[in-house]
Ligand binder design. Structure first.
Ligand code: BT5
Length: 232
């Protein structure tokens, strides 16, 4: 496999570690079970209480379109979980869900190095936590099946699924559409600070969300934050 994993005991953020070590070889993976200041999107944080796995992959020349990296990483995570008997779905654009709750989050960051852009694919997976007192919308693999998950084999399985997924974006997109958490649901989308409501029609070939607005327009959304609308 092209990816080589270095485990570190504790780190603020595995994404930040790679950002500050861009000279590490292409496809270097930094992994930890103790991430103390994990980063989410838009300045949010990622909690990694004991039992969590955090890792980041350095992609100097990604084999897939960079804008697809979050979705394709979600596909690879979902496949890894499915092979182990879980029933995951992928919540556009960057989460993996189990039983309607968030089990993993993905943060892809670009880093300019002269004329080139390097990509850092950061993934947090809730493996063995047995409760999330301050995160009611979170779950872990342990909570789903009451079985502990060994982090090292899980990461190895993920990396081979990720390698395959990146090399075959069209069948990965088909998988994504079959595991689309939002499809058919009424959602609110935070789109450039504006909340738009509508029904998610699914994900198109560009990885964009198709939203059917109440006036019948179909909007193509490239990024944003989706939450489910409660139905009475
Ligand atoms: C994400 O952001 O979901 C991306 C998270 C990426 C984390 C990885 S860990 C390895 C690498 N190194 C880093 O520093 N980061 C990456 P976002 O979509 O913005 O979601 C963040 C929100 O998810 C938070 O505001 C919480 O509401 C929720 N959250 C935080 N920790 C969680 C957890 N462990 N499980 C489920 N939800 C969580």
């Amino acid at each position: 496999m092209a990816y080589s994993v270095r485990w570190i005991d504790s780190v603020d953020s595995t994404n930040l570690y790679l950002k500050t070590h861009p000279d590490l070889p292409d496809k270097q993976v930094i992994a930890t079970l103790d991430q103390t200041a994990g980063r989410g999107r838009l300045g949010r944080g990622w909690d990694c209480p004991k039992g969590g796995l955090a890792f980041s992959i350095l992609e100097k020349d990604p084999p897939a379109k960079p804008s697809f990296l979050p979705l394709l990483s979600g596909v690879a995570l979902s496949k890894t979980m499915e092979k182990r008997g879980y029933l995951p779905s992928i919540k556009w654009p960057n989460d993996v869900y189990l039983s309607g709750k968030k089990a993993a989050g993905i943060l892809v960051e670009g880093l300019s190095e002269g004329p080139k852009t390097l990509y850092i694919v950061g993934i947090g997976v809730n493996l063995n936590q047995d409760a999330f007192p301050s995160l009611p919308g979170a779950t872990s693999l342990f909570l789903e099946k009451k079985e502990a998950v060994e982090p090292e084999p899980f990461l190895e399985e993920f990396l081979s699924a990720y390698e395959e997924t990146l090399l075959d974006p069209s069948s990965s997109l088909a998988y994504l559409r079959e595991h689309d958490f939002l499809k058919g649901k009424r959602i609110t989308l935070n789109y450039y600070g504006e909340g738009i409501q509508g029904k998610s029609l699914g994900i198109d070939e560009d990885g964009e969300l198709l939203l059917l607005a109440p006036n019948g327009d179909v909007k193509k959304i490239s990024s944003g934050e989706a939450s489910l609308l409660r139905t009475k």
